[in-house]
Design a protein around this ligand. Structure first.
Ligand code: SF4
Ligand code: SF4
Length: 137
């Protein structure tokens, strides 16, 4: 009886090692396939992936079309737009890109087409410790 239990235990151990090794061997073809496959990543910034249609990136603002209605600032859910007084007495939108979630509501509400979201990626903002940087227009 004791011999039988020892034999069964040894058999189970051998099977476990064998199955484990077999499972490990199963990844070898996948590894080989991945070695010859094109990488999924690109060498950014030298290479980049095409930006899909409908991507909402950096804002484009045409001051000439702006009628200072302030609707863009009112609709912005993140309060990223501030209407700032200009030298000509009118207020124009200034966007704090750090607060923007690129929802596109400002573009939707701007009926003159002064404010649009482009496919351009947002450039990184370097914040000076003494001077708080804003993406102004
Ligand atoms: S909604 Fe358009 S027109 Fe009105 S303030 Fe904003 S950018 Fe100017
Ligand atoms: S895209 Fe959305 S979050 Fe960004 S400024 Fe416009 S309304 Fe605000």
């Amino acid at each position: 009886m004791r011999m039988y239990l020892l034999f069964t235990g040894a058999l189970i151990l051998v099977l476990q090692i064998w199955i484990g090794d077999w499972m490990k061997l199963k990844i070898v073809p996948r590894l080989l396939k991945n070695l010859i496959k094109k990488p999924m990543t690109v060498r950014f910034p030298n290479e980049s992936i095409p930006i899909p249609e409908g991507y909402r990136g950096e804002h484009e603002y045409d001051k000439g079309k702006c009628i200072s209605c302030g609707l863009c600032a009112k609709v912005c859910p993140n309060r990223a737009i501030e209407m700032v007084q200009s030298e000509n007495g009118r207020k124009y939108p200034v966007i704090d890109i750090g607060k923007c979630c690129f929802c596109g509501l400002c573009q939707d509400v701007c009926h003159t087409g002064a404010l649009k979201l482009t496919k351009n990626l947002v450039s990184p903002i370097i914040v000076d410790s003494n001077k708080k940087e804003k993406s102004g227009m």
